[in-house]
Ligand binder design. Structure first.
Ligand code: PLP
Length: 473
């Protein structure tokens, strides 16, 4: 493709992109296809000769689009949002055109220096103490893995990287029973073993009970284990539980254990002064991750990973063969040594565009709007005689179920499962589910940049109508 054709196509694509966002509500929010429906249209073998872009684009519209779930749809209330505001989309267009691989300062000085500044802007915006530094990772899962590896290495004076794990005994990791599965995955990958992940009981608010954490650590020490890392969750995935960081941090200090805070989605709310209580005691943490790509209007992927001691991070990951050496040495930050991956995308640009376009006030308005939507709707759900809230809901997520009179627990599970399927099949709303104390629950999350009050009202009307239709004989 020559440059003039690239220009023609790019203009066409941008028009399509703007139209897509204008008309996003015409699409079913959740893809209405069956497994294999899309693959059936894809040739078994790759093309021998090149095809023209108009044909490829037509196939994108005809084949791919029907198989997409529309994450920016205002009816997307599943999982967590993956916010892609227009400024971050524009930045990603530039990023992909520059197509820089930003592994070291020298391979794109501006990318490194912008990332340093963006991480510090995020630190200030979220109220993290001075001294926390970090880098942008692809996802919270990667950041949590990096934290666990640092915990393991610091404990062994950075020797297990060389010697391997076999000589060092059973390493135990601690997290609440509500922890995200990325921690289960990270302990496996880090070689610590999921059998050695202790799921600590939670209180009535589903937050980790610090006394039980200490008790578990003591028992492990008696058994000859090596307590290595505690992961505190700030905003659990199922229901937004918030672990008490100060108390957990004090225990970690007492036993010299790395404390990682997983604030993947709720961390964005730290830009609101009224939610700063969530990080009381964060100065005791060794690392923290949150995802601007979930709730801070920044295109996926963008996960902010902070550490208190960057030396521990670098000592864990640095490997410097001759072909990667650069003249600046350690006078600059080389982010290739701050995590698992060597090659890195230029992710800071979209953050810069977003933070400048919205400013703190614009971002706060976005978050408060969605928290307000959820709080108001949760209240309506609570007041309805046939619905029940199943957990506290401090942020923009609440869990509920349809509970008409005269049903057994098993009936309620089945009824709510059917309700979820029907809602999602409607194409107008997309919710996901969880289990709370064994009960099947529907999760409602608000966060799409395109969701307004009338979408929330329509969602609630749809939920009530669908639910009532299920009980009509
Ligand atoms: N931690 C929490 C609390 C989450 O809610 C999630 C995802 O929803 C993750 C970790 C994993 O995030 P990522 O997809 O960025 O790895």
């Amino acid at each position: 493709m020559d440059n003039s054709e690239f220009r023609r196509q790019a203009h066409k694509f941008v028009d399509w992109m703007a139209d897509y966002l204008d008309n996003i509500e015409d699409y079913p929010v959740k893809a209405q296809v069956k497994p294999g429906d899309i693959a059936a249209f894809l040739p078994d073998s790759p093309p021998t000769s090149g095809e023209d872009m108009d044909t490829i684009f037509r196939d994108f519209q005809d084949i791919i689009l029907p198989g997409m779930t529309h994450w920016q749809h205002p009816g997307f209330m599943a999982y967590f949002p993956a916010n892609a505001s227009p400024p971050s989309v524009l930045a990603e267009m530039l990023t992909s055109t520059l197509a820089a691989q930003c592994m070291s300062w020298q391979t794109s000085p501006a990318a490194t220096e912008l990332e340093e500044r963006m991480m510090d802007w995020l630190r200030q915006l979220t109220g993290l103490p001075e001294g926390f530094v970090g880098c942008i990772q692809d996802t919270a899962s990667t950041a949590t893995l990096a934290a666990l590896l640092c915990a393991r290495e610091r404990l062994h004076k950075f020797s297990t990287n060389h010697s391997g794990l076999s000589i060092t005994g059973t390493h135990t990791t601690y997290a609440s029973a509500e922890v995200h599965s990325s921690v289960d995955k990270a302990v496996r990958i880090a070689g610590l073993g999921s059998d050695n992940l202790r799921k600590i009981p939670v209180d009535a608010n589903f937050a980790m009970i610090p006394e039980d954490l200490e008790h578990a650590i003591e028992s492990d020490l008696i058994a000859g284990c090596v307590p290595t890392c505690v992961v505190a969750t700030l905003g659990s995935t199922s229901l937004s539980a918030i672990d008490p960081i100060r108390k957990i941090g004090e225990i970690c200090q007492k036993y010299n254990i790395w404390l990682h805070v997983d604030a993947a989605w709720a961390g964005s709310a730290l830009i609101l002064p009224e939610f700063r209580w969530m990080i009381d005691g964060v100065e005791l943490a060794d690392s923290l991750v949150f995802n601007p790509h979930k709730w801070l209007l920044t295109q996926f992927d963008c996960s902010a990973f902070f550490v208190r001691d960057k030396a521990a991070l670098i000592q864990t990951f640095e490997i410097l063969p001759e072909y990667l050496k650069t003249r600046e040495g350690d006078r600059v930050n080389n982010y290739r040594d701050w995590g698992v991956q060597l090659g890195r995308r230029f992710r800071a640009l979209k953050l810069w565009f977003v933070l400048r376009s919205y400013g703190l006030e614009g971002l706060q308005t976005h978050l408060r709007k969605h928290i307000g939507f959820c709080q108001n709707l949760a209240q309506k759900v609570e007041e309805h005689k046939d619905f029940e809230l199943l957990a506290p809901h401090p942020l923009a997520l609440f869990c509920f179920r349809f509970k008409p009179a005269g049903q057994t627990e098993a009936d309620l599970d089945a009824l709510n499962e059917t309700l979820l399927e029907k809602l999602n099949d409607s194409g107008r709303l997309y919710l996901t589910q969880t289990r709370i104390q064994g009960q099947y629950a529907l999760r409602f999350v608000s966060g799409s940049p395109y969701t307004e009050q009338h979408h929330i009202d329509e969602a609630w009307a749809l939920i009530q109508n669908m639910a009532q239709s299920l009980t009509k004989k």
